[in-house]
Design a protein around this ligand. Sequence first.
Ligand SMILES: CC(C)(COP(=O)(O)OP(=O)(O)OC[C@H]1O[C@@H](n2cnc3c(N)ncnc32)[C@H](O)[C@@H]1OP(=O)(O)O)[C@@H](O)C(=O)NCCC(=O)NCCS
Length: 158
Amino acid sequence: MIQILDTNYRYMTENDIEVTREIEVKANPVPWTEKNFTDCLSNDYYCLIQEVNKEVSGFAIQTTSLKKTHLLNIGIREKFRKKGLGQDLLNQIVSTSKEMGSKKIFLEVRISNKEAIELYNKSGFKKLSLKKNYYRLPDGREDALVMVKKLRKAWRFF
Ligand SMILES: CC(C)(COP(=O)(O)OP(=O)(O)OC[C@H]1O[C@@H](n2cnc3c(N)ncnc32)[C@H](O)[C@@H]1OP(=O)(O)O)[C@@H](O)C(=O)NCCC(=O)NCCS
């Protein structure tokens, strides 16, 4: 049976920080702090909430300029994973970045994060470089893979 999900996107507010922190704590070995999230909001980063049937299912945070978008964080709540929602959220980021005139999207991902790397590969991101010891772990450091996706101008699609 095909499952139809009623997905909605909106901007993140201070009221979402508790739930985004919950997602983050389950997603990352050294998770972002509450302050990391509030700083993103107060710096006017593009902070997006994904909802399914009015329940928060995921979030994404990006900075966007005419030159480039930097995807800083993305996460889907565990019970909502493997349903196409991470892909949908990433598609949303790509569309927004194009509309804002960005030429490229950059991101860093832990080299062992197979799920996320698969998602980015599938979405047309290419491996660009390695940042040695970029991520802190509870017991050491881990390299980051830097990935990039070149964007075509949004107006080409109209
Ligand atoms: C990475 C993440 C966002 C994917 O979200 P999701 O909703 O489960 O992903 P989707 O269901 O949309 O899957 C899209 C694609 O991602 C890849 N993928 C997702 N989960 C995967 C898994 N467990 N193993 C391998 N590939 C996986 C696949 O390519 C999948 O396409 P397919 O279904 O055709 O195989 C989610 O696992 C997550 O929140 N992880 C923790 C946070 C994180 O790592 N963020 C990235 C920081 S850089």
